[in-house]
Ligand binder design. Structure first.
Ligand code: GLP
Length: 241
């Protein structure tokens, strides 16, 4: 595991974008595993800037996203489908047919998850998986649990996650209570992993995930067992190391 400590969020974002762009340049038809949340927004902005300058070409890139809320339409601005288009896909020359996100509009959870797992497999595997880190150590929507889920599955969101999301919705009943997420196994099958985290509020869980015991109660701790992980932190997130 390589740990890179950067000055601040902008510096973290630029380093992460450097690693992602190096992947695209060295393998133009790579499969990128992408994440949502606030952590990757700066990296996506930087990639869009470099694309606009003519330094990057997404025409052969395939993407698979970690997760999606169950039951939100594509036009809902809280869906990860909307987020990815808004932050990256609509600004670069990626082929929309090559972008894959678990289908939150599919009510049959088993079908949605099996279909998505098959897509990841049929892409030939993920070359580089980008990850953010939840405050409780979750990656994707793999919340602390008694075991490490192997495949894409449907999760019941924890009460704290539901409450944290409530501010983004008009009515409490609109807040999603479930999500489809890659399993820990799906994530660990990626050839390389890039974990990013910033801010003081992530410092304790960063330490626990990277140096604590490997256990499903801290889902990100499994990354210690992956052979090719790069972690990019800002100084605040690294402050407990
Ligand atoms: C959500 C997403 C995760 C993300 C996490 C952290 O739960 N499902 O993929 O990593 O939030 O979000 P943030 O980057 O905003 O701290």
């Amino acid at each position: 595991m390589r740990i890179i400590v950067t000055k601040d969020y902008n510096d973290m974002s630029r380093k992460a974008a450097n690693i992602i762009s190096a992947q695209i340049i060295t393998k133009p038809d790579c499969v990128l595993g992408l994440a949502t949340g606030s952590s990757p927004v700066g990296a996506y902005k930087t990639l869009v800037d470099w694309y606009k300058k003519g330094d990057l070409d997404f025409s052969e890139v395939t993407t698979v996203n970690l997760d999606e809320y169950r039951g939100l339409t594509h036009s809902n601005d809280q869906s990860y489908y909307y987020f990815m288009n808004d932050n990256l896909f609509s600004h670069v020359n990626i082929d929309p047919a090559h972008t894959h996100i678990p289908d939150g509009t599919e009510p049959d959870a088993q079908k949605a998850c099996d279909d998505f797992e098959a897509i990841v497999k049929n892409c030939g595997g993920t070359d580089l998986q980008l990850l953010g880190l939840g405050h409780n150590g979750h990656i994707g929507f793999n919340e602390p649990a008694e075991d490490f889920p192997k495949f894409t599955h449907c999760v019941d969101l924890t009460e704290s996650t539901i409450q944290a999301n409530a501010r983004f919705f008009d009515k409490p009943e609109d807040v999603p209570t479930q999500a489809y997420t890659m399993g820990i196994g799906t994530i660990m099958r990626a050839k390389r992993i890039l974990l990013i985290a910033s801010g003081k509020d992530k410092s304790a869980i960063v330490k626990e995930a990277l140096f604590g015991p490997v256990r499903p109660q801290v889902p990100a701790s499994i990354l210690q067992l992956h052979p090719d992980v790069t972690v990019v932190l800002d100084e605040e997130a690294a402050s407990c190391l």
